[in-house]
Write a protein that binds this ligand. Structure first.
Ligand SMILES: NC(=O)c1ccc[n+]([C@@H]2O[C@H](COP(=O)([O-])OP(=O)(O)OC[C@H]3O[C@@H](n4cnc5c(N)ncnc54)[C@H](OP(=O)(O)O)[C@@H]3O)[C@@H](O)[C@H]2O)c1
Length: 336
């Protein structure tokens, strides 16, 4: 037997725990090529909210009421009829369940990834070596490419992708300004990550404050929030300034997701550019390069985990992503 979280109903606005339901189910024995695994850690991520919307946002399959949920996770092999050995760590997308069956894929750049049982610090694959790390790497190393002395904004900078994006930009020699929703997160951005300024993204005069801390204008906006912060960033872009559109988390509850920033036209006037990207589709071409670079930089990144305990807490951990009820870094749920 196992337990698994399913979507109970389509959330309206900010999701609440009652939008989810836990079902018990029996598990078949693994077939040839499969392994029975026990997730030790499961991720919660903002993009999951977009999968719960009836329409729009569509780059991943929708979750309808009754759909089983899936997440990036770190699991241990219990029984294998495939290439993995008992005790190995498996990292990749898996059901939000206490136990599940997985098999290797050949078309996703080596994912799920398998690591030997004795792997030190397997948890790093939940964050800096995992999907959030890959997102920050793609967004900054492949698309944003900050240059020495450039001025860079990272919104939601104390979150999972944001904290790593800040560090990539700092490593490139850029001057970084970031935003975060709490004083503790802004202190961490200033004192630990060394940003030049950390702004509260909830204040109504964010545009004025941004111009005050980036008076020469922004060369790069690493956009994760959307809404008022995105518009403030567009207004603050220097001539030729560029936007890497990583996410729009402040809008994921809107049933009409396609509202453009009112000042988008300014990009034309300043000769600016906007590059949206999503991780799916990049794995085969770039996952191995990302892993090589991260292995060479082992230990160089501050990548704290914001741990919520227990399988039962998965919905609460997820809902907190949208209410500011998160700690610094990558939010994950520890099952065992
Ligand atoms: N392009 C891709 O393939 C890709 C992949 C992964 C993630 N992303 C995007 O990257 C962004 C960050 O994702 P993450 O996984 O690193 O999550 P995260 O930043 O660790 O968590 C989300 C954070 O966003 C802030 N937030 C949530 N709702 C908000 C609102 N209405 N207004 C202002 N701030 C709000 C909160 O930070 P505060 O507590 O600081 O307010 C919250 O902790 C998201 O937009 C996500 O969709 C994109």
């Amino acid at each position: 037997m196992t337990r698994a979280w399913h979507l109970a109903r389509t959330p309206r606005g900010v999701p609440v725990a009652e939008d989810f339901v836990c079902h018990r189910a029996s598990l078949a024995a693994p077939e040839a090529g499969e392994a029975l695994v026990a997730p030790h850690w499961l991720s919660v991520d903002p993009y999951m909210r977009t999968r719960m919307q009836p329409t729009g946002y569509g780059y991943l399959d929708k979750w309808r009421p009754g759909s089983p949920l899936s997440a990036w996770g770190l699991a241990r092999v219990i029984e294998s009829r495939g290439p993995w050995r008992e005790g190995d760590w498996v990292i990749g997308h898996m059901p939000v369940a206490e136990r599940c069956l997985l098999r290797p894929h050949s078309d996703q750049g080596g994912l799920p990834l398998v690591l030997p049982a004795a792997q030190p610090r397997p948890e790093q694959w939940l964050h800096e070596r995992g999907m959030t790390g890959f997102t920050a790497w793609l967004g900054m190393r492949r698309y944003g490419r900050p240059q020495p002395g450039e001025s860079v904004l990272v919104s939601a900078g104390a979150g999972a992708v944001g904290g790593l994006a800040v560090q990539w930009a700092r490593r490139a020699g850029a001057r970084v300004v970031a935003t975060a929703g709490s004083a503790a997160k802004r202190d961490w951005l200033r004192e630990t990550l060394g940003v030049a300024a950390a702004l509260d993204h909830h204040v109504p005069d964010i545009a004025t404050r941004l111009l005050a801390v980036a008076p020469q204008g922004l060369d790069l906006d690493f956009e994760q929030l959307g809404g008022a912060v995105f518009e403030a960033a567009i207004d603050a872009l220097a001539p030729g300034g560029r936007v890497v559109l990583c996410g729009l988390v402040s809008q994921y509850h809107d049933t009409e997701p396609r509202r453009a920033p009112s000042n988008l036209g300014r990009l034309r006037r300043i000769g600016g550019g906007i590059t949206p990207f999503v991780v799916p589709g990049h794995e085969a071409a770039h996952w191995a390069d990302f892993q090589r670079e991260m292995a060479a930089l082992d230990g160089a990144f501050r990548a704290p985990l914001d741990i919520v305990e227990g399988f039962a807490a998965w919905p609460r951990a997820f809902c907190g992503l949208f209410t500011g009820d998160t700690g610094i870094g990558k939010r994950v749920v520890r099952l065992r």
